[in-house]
Ligand binder design. Structure first.
Ligand code: SF4
Length: 350
């Protein structure tokens, strides 16, 4: 069961409460490069990204936010480190939310200035704590970086802002250590009802980052914890969105288009299933349907294994089967399988 959290509005997108778990990503362009940043955000939107974050390290980047906001369709979060003036400039230029670690903003009056600006505009603040930014006292008290320390640090920052009379907050606690990250989320979700943005930080290249994020986010989300997610990958951010969708899809938490299941192949396989499965995956990306499509490598076990899918194809020696709702509906030459599947998708529900 999903843990109860408060609802927070980021631009037009609501998170927390009963809202779907939202997919976020982060641009890796220079934010002041308006053309490049807009192009990347539009590609991310097309892939399914619902909230985008961009770094704002300079006034030039803050000013660019305003221009970028006019040309995109999803809310924009300004990522701020150290300089409270950048947080204020980002909000003045149209950011829908800011992400800060009050611990690296400095004196309380600077944090208060940021909070006052957010309050005036009704903008949420994400309080983000990373394992790499824990305070010395917390590290000493816990004997290093621990889940307990991460939670303590985050809740201290939340209290600091709440004591300033503002509670339009989202929390993130990130670590690249998967078990620590899971434990920290279990601990914090018992102690707060602010929405949680969940991610495994510095998770690595596309392959290892996908695995780490899937394991970490999967464990956290399956306990009902998490209101927005970001998969961090050293790669094209569009990949982050694709992986995030697949994580949510595989947990049954979001319907994000057609899910392709394909068999692992075995000694019975008599067709080039790897090519066929990749062709199917590329083909279904263009459909706005929430279905499961199975791609199986033999006509003996394939139909049985495809039973749980809405549509399926199974290939044998020169012959293929088209399966719908668990029943074989056509026998056709193997070379026509892809077209037959496309026809069914084009006419789905008609
Ligand atoms: Fe092997 Fe057929 Fe099962 Fe694929 S569907 S793994 S080819 S038995």
């Amino acid at each position: 069961m999903r843990m109860h959290t408060r609802e927070v509005k980021i631009g037009d997108v609501k998170i927390g409460g009963e809202n779907p778990i939202r997919i976020q990503s982060m641009t890796n362009t220079k934010t002041q490069d308006v053309e490049g940043t807009v192009a990347q955000i539009l590609a991310l939107e097309a892939a399914g990204c619902e909230i985008i974050r961009s770094t704002v390290p300079t006034l030039e980047a803050a000013k660019a936010l305003g221009e970028i906001r006019k040309r995109i369709h999803i809310p924009m979060v300004a990522d701020i480190h150290f300089d409270y003036r950048m947080a204020i400039a980002a909000m003045e230029n149209g950011a829908d939310k800011i992400r800060i670690n009050p611990g690296n903003i400095g004196e309380a009056w600077k944090v208060r200035a940021v909070v006052d600006c957010a309050r005036e505009r009704g903008l949420p603040i994400r309080v983000g704590v990373n394992s790499g930014s824990l305070e010395k006292e917390i590290l000493e008290k816990n004997g290093g970086v621990t889940a307990e320390g991460l939670v303590e640090s985050a809740l201290d920052k939340v209290k600091l802002i709440e004591d300033m009379g503002y509670d339009n907050l989202v929390i993130s606690i990130k670590s690249s250590n998967v078990p620590m990250c899971i434990r920290a989320h279990q601990l914090i979700s018992d102690q707060t009802d602010h929405p949680l943005h969940v991610g495994i930080t510095e998770s690595g290249t596309v392959t290892s980052g996908t695995i780490k994020s899937s394991v970490g986010l999967g464990a956290i989300l399956s306990q009902g914890i998490g209101d927005t997610i970001r998969v961090s990958l050293t790669g094209d951010p569009v990949q982050e969105v694709v992986v995030a969708q697949k994580i949510l899809q595989s947990l049954g938490l979001r319907k994000c288009g057609i899910e392709v299941v394909s068999c692992p192949t075995c000694g019975r396989t008599e067709i080039d299933l790897i090519t066929l499965a990749n062709q199917v995956e590329a083909m279904v990306a263009g459909y706005d349907l929430n279905l499961k499509v199975a791609v199986m490598g033999c006509v003996v076990n394939g139909p049985g294994e495809a039973r749980e899918a809405d549509l399926g194809i199974a290939g044998g020696k020169g012959v293929g089967l088209l399966i719908k709702g668990g029943e074989v509906i056509r026998k056709l030459p193997e070379a026509e399988l892809l077209d037959a599947l496309r026809y069914e998708l084009d006419h789905w529900g008609r």
